[in-house]
Write a protein that binds this ligand. Structure first.
Ligand code: SF4
Ligand code: SF4
Length: 222
């Protein structure tokens, strides 16, 4: 999923400083799961903004609304009535949702209420780790299901850099060496011979944006 974290309240207050009526817009997708931008976080942020502004004797009206996904046009339509009433929107969706909302309502300023961090997994309560960098040409079949791009600090495709110590990456002793993990997994699978296969240089054009995906089988049905 896409992992994000709420921006500090001071930053958000700066963004909404010129306005008297705003909407805080949440998303029930990934940002709800990583506790950054779901209905609960919308309520908390809206209260924080109201309280901060009332302390300054500069009250603000804050509407709250959360939709299924801000990266999907059909759900963005649900914001129409509220957006028509406000001067600005703070979106708690990921960067994709924020941009799509801004694109759909170009006359209303839309501000980011979260920092979008990475594509990751929830590995423990309150802990997420990056697992994929959306490179567009997955090589997990060759690396024991461990991503050498997201999990090796140098994104190396053909084995370790030689700097790891005791299984940790040379850039930080808190980071496991991605290639040590790959080696250990392949060994466990009895597939160490896969390390002899050279992975060709990656076509990074597939990872350069803005990328598009068109499923003709779906578009032809319309
Ligand atoms: S190889 Fe590419 S697509 Fe596959 S997990 Fe890694 S970054 Fe993601
Ligand atoms: S020590 Fe391991 S994870 Fe770190 S850069 Fe080298 S190969 Fe990659």
């Amino acid at each position: 999923m896409i992992v994000a974290e709420r921006k500090p309240i001071e930053k958000i207050l700066e963004m909404v400083a010129p306005y008297k009526k705003i909407l805080v817009a949440g998303c029930y997708g990934c940002v709800t799961v990583c506790l950054a931008g779901g209905e609960k976080e919308v309520g908390i942020l809206a209260s924080q903004i109201r309280m901060a502004r009332s302390k300054e004797d500069n009250p603000i009206e804050v509407l709250e609304q959360t939709v299924e996904r801000q990266c999907d046009a059909e759900y963005l339509e649900k914001f129409r009535d509220n957006i028509a009433q406000v001067e600005a929107v703070v979106s708690l969706a990921c960067g994709i949702g924020i941009q799509y909302l801004a694109e759909k309502y170009p006359k209303t300023p839309v501000f980011p209420g979260v920092n979008t961090l990475f594509l990751g997994a929830n590995i423990d309560v309150g802990k997420w780790e990056e697992r994929c960098m959306a490179c567009g040409d997955c090589v997990l079949d060759k690396t024991g299901g461990i991503c050498p791009i997201a999990r090796c600090s140098k994104h190396l495709l053909n084995g370790p850099c030689g700097g790891s110590q005791y299984g940790k990456c040379e850039v930080s002793k808190d980071v496991p060496c991605g290639w040590q993990l790959i080696y250990d997994r392949l060994k466990e699978l009895g597939q160490l011979d896969k390390l002899k296969e050279i992975i060709p240089p990656k076509n990074w054009l597939r990872a350069k944006g803005p990328r598009t995906l068109v499923r003709e089988d779906l578009t032809l049905e319309r």
